[in-house]
Structure formats: C-alpha cells, structure tokens
Ligand binder design. Sequence first.
Ligand code: XMP
Ligand code: MG
Length: 175
Amino acid sequence: MEVADRSFELFLTHEEIQEAVKNVASKINTDYENKEIVFVGVLNGVFMFASDLIKHISVSCEVTFIKVQSYQGTSSSGKVTKLIGLSTELEGKHVIILEDIVDTGLTLEKLHTMMKEHQPQSFEVATLLFKPDAFKGKTPPKYIGKEIQNKFIVGYGLDYQEKGRNLKDIYKIKE
Ligand code: XMP
Ligand code: MG
C-alpha cells in the first residue's frame, strides 16, 4: 500500500479496530453510568474513532471537537499548536478527551493544561491507540483500545502527509 511517497503494510483490520472500539465504549458505559459525559475529540485524526465509539455509548453525552497539531511528517515536532479552540462549556462536567493515538504524550499534556482552566468535574482520556515505548508523560490514558509498537501508522483517520485518512484498516510503515 502506497501513501504519498512511502510504503505501508496492513497492521490492524477494520474488524480488529471495531473490537477495540467496542471494548473502550463498554468500559466507559460502565464507569459513567448515571453520569453525563462531554466528549472532546482531538481533530483531525480522531474523526473515525470518535464517530464509531460514540455509536456504542449508551450514557447521556455531548460531543465537541478541538484541533491541535504536533506532528510534521512522521515524527512529533515537539511543539503543540492550538488551531481550533473549545466551543462547549466544561465547568463541572465529566470530560473525556478522545484521541486517535497517544505517542509521546505531549499533545495530551498540553490538552490537560488547557482543560484544567475550564474546571471540569473530572477529566480522563480515551485513545484508540497507545505507543507505550514512545510515551514520555506522567499518566497514561485511562481508556486504551490497543497498545502498539513505536512505528508510524496510517489509516482510519490517521494520515501521512494528510493522505490515507480514508483507509478503513490501519497500516504500518515499511522500513
Ligand atoms: P504526541 O506525540 O503528542 O502525538 O502524543 C499525538 C499526535 O500525533 C499524531 N501521531 C500520529 N499520526 N501516525 C499518525 O498518522 C502515527 O503513528 C502517529 N503518532 C502520533 C496524532 O495526530 C496524535 O494525536
Ligand atoms: Mg491526533
């Protein structure tokens, strides 16, 4: 599979992804029973995960998005830029940040600081994918669909040079 100028190989099928998504949803449904959730999705990569996850959420919830950017090409730039801010009131709410993938954790750290200013009642993170070997943060996400190796991946919302987001499976870069 070619995306832009690189070759990729199949890594997770659409079915495997859906299993991981359902597992995350069912944990959230249990933990937030009788509560109200505000999901804050981190664009762009999260759009497919957010849309699939939310279909399995049975608790009352709101859904909103923010846009930040840390990646350039295939590695983290070390800087997180806010591109679209928050439009929903979070004070006193149970907030769950939705991420497609947590890599170094830098984006999360920045989001955590941003969210704290809005004084939510609680704050957790749900991510489809987590790279434990790349993670440099303090607290790993509470809800993780799947832990993966420290390899660059595309598909299911994730891009390489903005391409490949449309793929329904997830692909790993060939080295
Ligand atoms: P950090 O390092 O801040 O990175 O945890 C989080 C953001 O970086 C992007 N990211 C990736 N995008 N394939 C991608 O297409 C990857 O393997 C990958 N790793 C990190 C992603 O946007 C994530 O939110
Ligand atoms: Mg992202």
